[in-house]
Design a protein around this ligand. Sequence first.
Ligand SMILES: Cc1cc2nc3c(=O)[nH]c(=O)nc-3n(C[C@H](O)[C@H](O)[C@H](O)COP(=O)(O)OP(=O)(O)OC[C@H]3O[C@@H](n4cnc5c(N)ncnc54)[C@H](O)[C@@H]3O)c2cc1C
Ligand code: SF4
Ligand code: SF4
Length: 949
Amino acid sequence: MARPQTNAAVASQSYHESLATALASVLPSQRLIRDPLRTLAYGTDASFYRLIPQVVAIVDSEAELQELLRLARMYGTPVTFRAAGTSLSGQAVTDSVLAVLGEGWNGVAISDDASSIRLKPGVIGAEANRRLAPYGRKIGPDPASINACKVGGIAANNASGMCCGTSQNSYRTLASMRIIFADGTLLDTGDAQSRADFAASHRHFLRKLSEMGEATRADTPLAERIHRKFSIKNTCGYSLNALVDFEDPFDILQHLIIGSEGTLGFISEITYRTVPEYADKASALILFPSVVDACEGVIRLKRTPVAAVELMDRASLRSVDDKPGMPDFIRGLAADATALLVETRAEDHEHLAAHIQQITAALAGLPTLFPVEFTDKPAEFERLWNIRKGLFPSVGAMRDVGTTVIIEDIAFPIESLAAATGALQHLFVEYGYGDSIIFGHALEGNLHFVITPDLGQPQEVDRYACFMDALCDLVVGRFDGALKAEHGTGRNIAPFVEREWGEQAYRLMREIKALFDPENLLNPGVILNDDKQVHLKNLKPLPPADPSVDKCMECGFCERMCPSQGLTLTPRQRIVGWREISRLAAIGETTNQGELRSLYAYQGLDTCAACGLCAMACPVGIDTGILTRVVRAEDRSDTDRRIGNWVADHFGLATRATRAGLGGAQVARRLAGDAILDKWSKTLRRLSGDRTPQWIDSMPTAATFKPVAAPNGDARPAVVYFPSCASRTMGPAAGDPETDILPAKTASLLEKAGYRVIYPQGLDNLCCGQPFDSKGLKDVADRKTEEVRAALAAASRDGELPIVSDTSPCSYRLQALPQRLRPIDIVEFIHDRLLARLTLHKRPDAVALHVTCSGRKMGLEGKMKAIAAACSDTVVVPDGVGCCGWAGDKGFTTPELNAHALRSLKDSLPVDCSAGYSSSRTCEIGLSKHADLPYRSIVYLVDSCSTGG
Ligand SMILES: Cc1cc2nc3c(=O)[nH]c(=O)nc-3n(C[C@H](O)[C@H](O)[C@H](O)COP(=O)(O)OP(=O)(O)OC[C@H]3O[C@@H](n4cnc5c(N)ncnc54)[C@H](O)[C@@H]3O)c2cc1C
Ligand code: SF4
Ligand code: SF4
């Protein structure tokens, strides 16, 4: 199809069809997404806008991206880049082509002296810092979202946070960049040859940039205005400071790319100059009687060695004063009280003490409600910072269902901060946002406020529209501040950019866009937009879906935790999908709902491991696995329930059948071999529509366990041992040099450590209930848990004796029992009670660890590592492996989830690693398969390295 003759911002659907067809020969099918569920899901970022892309292309390399841009030019289809999708201003959404960073963009290279770091755009900010930590360095930009957001988004938004200010953001710490322009040209500004080639091919482009720079620098009022506006944080419009700060056109262009929100070019690599990360830190929460006093404090602190100064108004403090661990004095504060949370950092103790002295002296004479006291004790320090970190989640969690969390981000010259804060507070009252809270990075004049309107109501949208106009008058008209300090312009502030910057500067921005992207293909409508109402369009609905997820703000922080990210959906995307299905159900629409539901069955339900790891990263603690179980329960038929109840009632029989099955499988293996069984099971799965299990060569042997009661009169301390149903039925894999089954090994270890082992009665019938719960059979699961409770109560003399469980998922589920009957997980028991009773001899080889999801949720990672470190000098916890995706039995029924979750495992293990250790027999099946090494319980490791006493 011929290319359209216009600069169309929205190409017609047929051009998207043509583009998708052409892309199909470039990208594998799983990286080219067009179905209605996933395009909807990918259409979501953390902002309150929603556009549904026609094509989602997951790109993995520069060549793929260049080809995508070539096709986009050919068909006139705009392209929006997507990193982690945590943007708040609507800059990472599109109704055209969404180019999502795939796994090919995770490269990290640190210079020898760690003074610089080369990063691919898909690296999560916190990962870059984790790699730099051993050198005492970090990257400059520090958005609060750093655990989730990626370098491409950090640089393209010029994101910043509490400490980086305007001196350590991407703009200031940029060393060089690889850029792919709209015309497909690749430039590496750090490479002389690449610059020379570019200079030859883009002579006009560079000359034009140089001229723009010269003209801007020569225009003193404009140059001064640009300087002044960037002396505080500002991400409204393009980084015009590039035109006044630099003369070299390469410097100008790469600094213009910073903060350009994917509208000028694609960042395929960035090299940052790193900044020191000092270990010595101290913080103080300083309470002032009024906002005026607090802001006077900010002005004084600006001249002192502070790393961060966070302002919190009275409403902010009130929003968290009932949270656990909050200092009591917060509750009794007067209405005008304002807090500054101050942090200072130094290379050593002496410098830290000097900093504290300087800061305290600077504040002398200012009224404070309590004396200024710094603490360098980690626990106290953390308690203070938890106040600040809890603000946004607390508003998110308190809001009504259906409302949107809007976090605004403005900046004022700090001399105006007090007046501006007061004026803002009045504005909230005037527009009926009385519950709003104000907090922010005061040192840079940057304030955030959070409002929670119900944008599903037209009158609420009108109110928001009037409020935004008034806000613009206040920020720009009255205080000459910035409408976006760090979150980027997006669609939210695009209508106001000209108002903030004035006609001349705005014209310059238009020239820049036209120069870089003459066909307006890169993220059109973002940063510059002629539609003065664009900030009120394409608002995202947040309909009620299920109480377990209704507080979701769609921030995306949970995505990196999910084993199905990149295979099917992420937790955020599951919620987005289910919200839409619920919305359609509520209005009685059936056609689209039916289609979404049928896609959701696999994308949403079958491939969710229900591991709950998402909750660990969620600011409001949402476990999307709960939603999955709720929906699975709704989908359960009466027959499913009858079967579930029958299995629960005949559990002993069911475990015997499992043993027989495992025994039979081993006979079949001896007769046919792994390769043939693998082939047969694949064929059978295909014929049965994936209803039969996949053969796995690390399949366990059958375990037969007969508890042996301790002799009467045994005076050793007693422990009740609850072996899980999995460890009672599944032995080591055939071919594993370890042949003892786990309960026998555990009992022997407990005895070696001087314990007398007692077993609950009726063990054969006991199950913690987890397998039933994860299948959506909650009632059956609860019944089984109750049976375990009764058995443990009897065996432990109602909690007098300690109880140990050998399988972390079961230990985790049994945390629901009364405290005295809660089993101690085997990892904790070994660490806390056994290590001191054993003599350990380190083994020479490396050991790999897999901390189960339940282990993580119970906070056992540290203890597990400590146990392993007592057994070997080389302990490896592979990066990038979280939930293994086995999920009880999904490794058999949905093996692709397990394979996807463990795709990087094998390559991350050292060559001298002979075994891996974990604490869940079922997870170990998949781990063994994908690592090509036996994985066993950590009990085997400790047993192999220990002797009694
Ligand atoms: C709860 C919460 C707190 C936040 N706190 C902060 C904060 O403290 N400070 C702050 O600054 N921001 C904050 N943000 C906003 C956001 O997290 C950051 O701006 C972040 O840097 C965005 O990164 P991302 O990986 O999510 O990028 P995305 O949202 O995916 O993309 C951001 C922009 O960059 C473009 N882009 C992405 N990759 C590339 C590339 N390779 N080349 C060119 N363009 C690209 C996109 O098109 C888009 O315009 C917060 C967000 C949330 C939800
Ligand atoms: S579940 Fe939590 S972390 Fe995930 S998108 Fe929703 S609010 Fe954010
Ligand atoms: S429960 Fe686990 S698999 Fe399911 S959405 Fe959350 S992280 Fe993903």
